[in-house]
Ligand binder design. Structure first.
Ligand code: GLY
Length: 421
């Protein structure tokens, strides 16, 4: 009798685990079915507009596109690759190839640091999913172009060519933003496929200096750190897109969590793991993180002790806008971080799943055919610049799809990077 009770208990647990797993598999599937539909609508809308890369919508609800030199053109092709990765739909693959290949001229672009986003989200996914050698060559040339922005005195890649302080008193000529951590993945890739360790040296040096100068003791982050190119010392710590210089801009923190997790993957240096975990813990345990785990645009907006610069539009904003893009980036990062974090990994995975369910709900996910055919609503581009407030953003969709793919791989017991045809 005892034996029977034990067996039926084990069977019930097994059944419960199976039911939860299959409902989660359905959750991922339903989101990709929806995404496939929205992406196809977007393909129809953009069919007659070459060199116009979807970015967001304007106040009238119409699609806003950019040319290829903005920082975001890689995300729409990257979303198509993510959809193809899950759906294995050949039409999606042709569209992904077409959109990716428009970006080839960027391989020699050196105008800002975002080449990693632009090329690795497009060509990087393209190469992983097709193995096409031509894509590999383009990625290596792109890494060469990005490396030209590295300065041996500062030990960093220069993000923008200059940065005008919101305080109106200074313009800096060597700004580095926390977002720049994301561009390092392209350099690690180039180092692996060419055997040239110079790319890796640039990436690791940049990451070490970012860890030292940009991440605070409590693992929150400064958005912009400006350097003196003669002494290599820090000349200023400010914000461009956050509320105040000493606040924590949610998407900046998200880039840091993702970036340091990726650098740990590539180096296995425990200092990067500790930084990724510290930044993740700051984010997920913050008292201002709402119950659905989708953050406000800045963790400190409107709080005592935090003051926007005189020229920042953040001074005028009191509404607590959410930023779904930060949640999508963090969900994807936490799924990877969970696989490196032993016992702590359970919490990272649980929070990531909670974020994905929030983003996939009616609160954040748009109805088919609405939202300019983007997937997610309620993102923030830059409140200080008074731009892209409470709108869809193409990169939110990209990281949402990437996170769903990662979750799908975890549900199937596969490696997160089990791509390839
Ligand atoms: N990399 C720019 C941004 O996150 O808005």
């Amino acid at each position: 009798m005892k034996h029977f009770v034990l067996c039926s208990g084990i069977f019930s647990l097994f059944l419960l685990a199976f039911t939860v797993r299959s409902s989660e598999t359905d959750f991922v599937k339903e989101n990709f079915t929806y995404a496939g539909q929205q992406l196809r609508f977007m393909l129809q809308e953009t069919a007659s507009k070459p060199n116009s890369f979807p970015r967001t919508i304007n106040k009238a609800g119409n699609l806003v596109t950019t040319n290829m030199y903005d920082w975001t053109p890689g995300f729409f092709p990257g979303s198509l690759w993510n959809a193809y990765d899950y759906m294995k739909d050949t039409e999606m693959r042709s569209a992904a190839r077409e959109w990716t290949e428009q970006l080839e001229p960027l391989k020699t672009f050196t105008g800002h640091h975002d080449l990693g986003f632009m090329m690795y989200c497009s060509y990087g996914n393209a190469f992983q999913l097709t193995g096409d050698e031509a894509y590999k060559k383009i990625l290596v040339q792109s890494a060469r172009s990005l490396s030209t922005r590295f300065n041996a005195v500062t030990g960093c890649i220069k993000s923008w060519n200059s940065f005008r302080s919101w305080h109106g008193d200074k313009t800096y000529n060597f700004p580095v933003i926390i977002d720049n951590m994301m561009n390092l993945e392209l350099l690690f890739f180039a180092s692996k496929v060419t055997g040239d360790t110079a790319f890796r040296h640039v990436a690791v040096t940049h990451a070490l200096n970012t860890m030292k100068n940009q991440v605070r003791k409590d693992y929150s982050s400064f958005h912009v750190v400006c350097y003196d190119t003669v002494t290599g010392k820090v000349a200023g710590r400010e914000t461009a897109q956050g509320y105040a210089d000493n606040s924590t801009w949610s998407r900046g923190q998200a880039w840091g969590i993702y970036g340091f997790t990726m650098v740990y993957r590539e180096t296995k240096d425990p200092r990067f793991l500790k930084t990724a975990q510290g930044m993740a813990d700051y984010f997920i345990h913050h008292k201002n993180l709402p119950a659905d785990k989708v953050p406000y645009w800045d963790f400190n907006a409107g709080q005592k002790g935090y003051t926007p610069g005189v020229n920042s539009n953040a001074r005028k904003i009191t509404r607590p806008y959410r930023d779904a893009s930060a949640a999508a980036i963090v969900a994807s990062a936490l799924l990877e971080l969970s696989t490196y974090s032993g016992a702590k990994g359970g919490e990272y995975k649980e929070v990531a799943i909670k974020m994905l369910h929030a983003l996939g709900s009616d609160v954040y996910r748009a109805k088919p055919g609405t939202n300019g055919n983007f997937l997610l609503m309620h993102c923030v581009g830059s409140i200080p610049h008074n731009g892209e407030i409470d709108v869809p953003l193409v990169y939110a969709d990209y990281y949402f799809l990437e996170a769903l793919n990662r979750y799908d791989h975890l549900l199937k017991g596969e490696s997160l990077f089990a791509k390839k045809d």
